[in-house]
Ligand binder design. Structure first.
Ligand code: 6PG
Length: 242
């Protein structure tokens, strides 16, 4: 049984960033009241960049001090590599605020992507205390034009991983091996928020959000009990029936 997604459509990127920051803050405050910490996992790619800058400017230090930041996925490259998601997050978010190292949980760069995935899963299990599944307060996802999300690409074996919390993925049409959170972890989160912009993604949004076509990895993001929110700009939502 999965939860019905909420669709939020915004006329401008500025209003979408404001909406995203407000949602982030609301979820953070709720988490801090109930557990004293706010656990998040964020995606890479280009869309999140202005959102990270907005978060750094607007979210108060009192929230960051109790935030634990994880990654949804990573390319198997050093953090200094221009393609590193963590490198992008450092540049656009972390370098703009104070967060203790112990609150930052990048995907470890090991000899192989498989070893990175194993090390990341060990770190997650240590942090979440060997729970049956980690229950993130907030997971930020993007969407590729091929319908991938995280590093869960069409036809990739990682789509079938239903036991491990992480997987490594080889994808011929992307330059690096990937490490990713798996469906069980993504679907266990309290809030899963897709942030999708642009006309080039409008057909995929129609396929996934309204037609629920199973051919696309993002269609299988179906929270078990948490909220699933699609934050779309006008262009990305242009094929959804009004
Ligand atoms: C990555 C991301 C990936 C991203 C989509 C959308 O590592 O690239 O985690 O899943 O969210 O590819 O990327 P854009 O936001 O750049 O369109």
């Amino acid at each position: 049984m999965s939860v019905k997604p909420q669709i939020q459509i915004f006329k401008s990127q500025a209003s979408m960033i404001t909406g995203f920051i407000n949602l982030w803050q609301d979820v953070a405050r709720e988490a801090l009241i109930h557990t004293g910490r706010f656990t998040i996992a964020v995606s890479g790619g280009k869309t999140p960049i202005p959102y990270f800058k907005g978060l750094a400017d607007k979210i108060p230090a009192t929230i960051w001090q109790n935030t634990h930041l994880f990654l949804v996925d990573e390319r198997h490259v050093p953090f200094t590599d221009p393609d590193s998601n963590y490198g992008m997050i450092q540049k656009n978010l972390l370098d703009r605020l104070e967060m203790s190292e112990s609150n930052l949980h990048p995907i470890p760069y090991e000899k192989t992507a498989e070893l990175s995935a194993k090390a990341y899963e060990a770190g997650l299990k240590q942090f979440f205390g060997n729970a049956s599944l980690p229950e993130f307060d907030f997971i930020m996802l993007g969407l590729g034009t091929d319908g991938h999300t995280a590093s869960l690409f069409p036809k990739n074996p990682a789509l079938k991983e239903m036991m491990k919390w992480t997987a490594s993925a080889e994808q011929t049409d992307v330059p690096h091996r990937r490490i990713t959170l798996t469906y069980p972890v993504l679907n266990a989160a309290k809030n899963v928020v897709f942030v999708v912009e642009g006309e080039e993604k409008s057909q995929r949004i129609k396929d996934i959000v309204s037609d629920r076509k199973k051919a696309y990895p993002a269609t299988q993001i179906q929270t078990t009990t948490g909220k699933l929110i699609w934050m779309l700009d006008d262009q990305a939502a242009s094929l959804l029936s009004k």
